[in-house]
Design a protein. Structure first.
Length: 296
């Protein structure tokens, strides 16, 4: 399980670098165009997941196509929301709202996967939520579409974590990673047509770095989901609070005020606390409950 958690930490570090790259291009390129090129470039590292014994035909034929399609939808929608949020909000503020993901995952995993989420972890999760409120301070700061996009990204990410936990034992890694990247490329490519702007030579290095980091993040997250419960993986996203502060200050000159720093510290502390605690008993739960509920 420790390996799965470490892989999740690596995934969120890579995602942070990709998010910073997208934010750098905000205002210079349309959002859908950023999503298109980053998704397309992210396919390159994803190909490393192909095993010698796997054929391309078998990779393109998932065993649970409806759940794979759902994973493609949540991944694509969440990615678009993330780009919008990061191009319209400071990094720390966007991350603080996206950090609602572990709360959503805890609710979904306990409901659908029957993973045990004990009282101590619930307290830590809601402590992290309190930290989010200190950073965003609704009622004192105006809420925008960027804030709504960040919350939508968090919920989409929670659904993705649950789906990966279900699909991990049955689907090939390249199927899971490649499917969402192909879907994101196609959807963003279609949506970018009305406002397409050719990237300049200064844009390409940022797009390449952002795309490669996104691909590495997808690989690490799929591998983590195979060997650790969803409720244990999701809290590692709190590590991004460090990268939000470092990258936001170093690249964009975004220095949070003392109250926001206190909120970020609370979010990070509670995120670390959620890594301990109760051992999930998902293995004892019926494996098909999630499918039945989706069909209802």
């Amino acid at each position: 399980m420790q390996t799965g958690i470490l892989l999740a930490f690596l995934a969120y570090l890579a995602y942070s670098c990709s998010d910073a790259a997208g934010k750098m291009l905000g205002g210079q390129l349309p959002i859908f165009e950023i999503g298109f090129f980053m998704s397309l470039i992210a396919l390159a590292p994803a190909l490393l997941l192909k095993r010698p014994e796997d054929s391309w035909r078998s990779i393109a034929r998932p065993k649970r196509p409806l759940l794979v399609l759902a994973r493609m939808s949540t991944g694509t929608f969440g990615g678009i929301c993330a780009i919008y949020a990061f191009t319209h909000l400071p990094m720390a503020e966007a991350y603080s709202l996206i950090f609602l993901l572990p709360v959503f995952v805890a609710v979904l995993s306990s409901t659908f996967l029957k993973e045990v989420v004990g009282l101590s972890r619930w307290l830590a999760l809601f402590g992290g939520l309190a930290g989010v409120l200190l950073v965003v301070r609704p009622g004192f700061n105006a809420l925008t579409l960027g804030h709504l996009a960040a919350i939508a990204c968090a919920f989409s990410g929670a659904l993705t974590a649950i789906l990966l936990r279900q699909l991990g034992p049955t689907e090939k890694r390249l199927t899971l990673v490649g499917a969402v990247l192909v879907a994101a490329t196609v959807v963003n490519g279609f949506l970018m047509i009305p406002s397409f702007t050719m990237p300049t030579t200064a844009h390409w290095p940022i797009l390449v770095v952002g795309g490669l980091c996104a691909g590495i993040g997808h690989i690490a997250m799929v591998m983590a989901a195979r060997i650790a419960p969803a409720s244990r993986i999701a809290p590692t996203q709190y590590s991004q609070i460090v990268w939000a502060a470092v990258l936001g200050a170093a690249i964009f000159g975004e220095v949070p005020d003392p109250i926001a720093v206190a909120g970020m510290a609370l979010v990070g502390f509670c995120g670390v606390m959620t890594l301990g605690g109760d051992a999930p008993r998902a293995a004892n739960a019926p494996r098909h409950r999630f499918l039945r509920l989706r069909k209802a």
